[in-house]
Design a protein around this ligand. Structure first.
Ligand code: NAD
Length: 311
């Protein structure tokens, strides 16, 4: 598929995250079946600490999707009052358990638990969120590692929309968080895009953004980016999830003003129904990748020393 970026202003088409994530989940389901034929049953452990209602919903959805594709899931709950030592002890147990392939700790963790200490206690080869510094470093160096789920999902949306080859396109990522903006920029760079990162201290963010063929917005500000930020024909990926209250009640909106942006963009993700469903799909893909990396590491570990000497 070749990329066509139109310079004629038209209404953008929607990038259907629900349909594309269903495709990803089908791929996962197929691989799970193939692995079952070899008596391999990948398992994902999900740890939820405390009573945050949104976290409960996210965890429930993750477990539900895992079940739907046949991935074994294990749910661990600790009370709001759990200590950091208790969380670390559970992670140590899961790290040591060879039947557990992926470990996900639902964030945020209740204060005063140190999130970074918890993230870095997870064995990097089981870190299906891809937040461990070893995975972050590997991503930057272009080594195959576990990559954060939301940026991976955004890349898949871009490839489904623009084709396999993104070489030479100018991508602007708005936001520089560790979980979305920075890994997103790295993945786009690996796809041979020219990448700019726009953030809260950028001077004239709209002008920088208007240079972009691809815009990925991960800011957390409702409808910040409108048509005036976009080059005609740009492809827009809206990562933002913002809950707003208006006279029509509560609703979710992205970081992009969808109605305005679609008059200039060529394709755009709606919110909801764009990036959101991709994140869970890539969590489950990561569980399979983790299982494969672990099998490869185990096979290397079991190689007789004579064989290793030949390498
Ligand atoms: P964050 O708060 O960690 O980072 C926001 C970034 O936006 C910062 O780097 C900041 O420099 C930048 N920023 C702030 N104001 C700006 C401005 N006026 N102009 C340009 N840049 C500005 O947020 P995050 O964790 O990266 O999440 C961003 C959004 O994406 C949130 O709405 C979050 O809910 C959503 N999100 C969605 C998913 C998903 O699955 N769809 C996953 C993760 C995050």
């Amino acid at each position: 598929m070749t990329l066509l970026i139109s310079s004629t202003p038209t209404f953008a088409r929607d990038i259907d995250g629900k349909a594309i994530s269903a495709k990803v989940l089908d791929e996962v389901r197929e691989e799970v079946l193939a692995l079952a034929g070899q008596q391999i049953y990948p398992a994902l452990a999900v740890l939820l600490v405390g009573d945050d209602p949104a976290s409960h919903v996210y965890v429930r959805n993750k477990l539900l999707r895992a079940k739907e594709v046949g991935i074994r899931s294990l749910e661990y709950r600790l009370p709001e009052t759990a200590s950091q030592a208790q969380v670390l002890e559970l992670i140590a147990q899961l790290n040591a358990d060879p039947t557990v392939n992926g470990i996900l700790v639902q964030l945020p963790l209740p204060a005063p638990i140190d999130e970074q200490a918890v993230i870095h206690a997870i064995d990097p080869i089981k870190d299906v969120d891809g937040f461990h510094r070893e995975n972050v470093g590997g991503l930057v160096q272009g080594i195959e590692v576990l990559t954060p789920c939301t940026p991976s999902g955004c890349m898949r949306l871009l490839h489904e929309t623009c084709g396999d080859d993104l070489s030479g396109l100018h991508a602007v990522v708005i936001g520089r968080s560790n979980i979305v903006g920075k890994p997103m920029a790295t993945l786009l760079l690996q796809a041979n895009c020219s990448v700019s990162v726009v953030h809260s201290r950028s001077v004239d963010a709209p002008a920088l953004c208007r240079l972009a063929d691809i815009v990925v917005a991960a800011v957390g500000r409702p409808a910040l980016i409108d048509a005036s930020w976009l080059k005609p024909g740009a492809v827009v990926i809206d990562v933002g999830i913002n809950r707003i209250t208006s006279e029509f009640g509560n609703r979710l909106v992205g970081d992009v003003d969808y109605a305005s942006a679609r008059t200039v963009a060529s394709a755009i993700t709606p919110v909801p129904g764009g990036v959101g469903p991709m994140t869970i799909a890539y969590l489950l893909k990561n569980t399979l990748i983790a299982s494969r990396l672990q099998r490869a590491a185990q096979a290397r570990g079991q190689q007789p020393e004579d064989d290793l000497a030949l390498n």
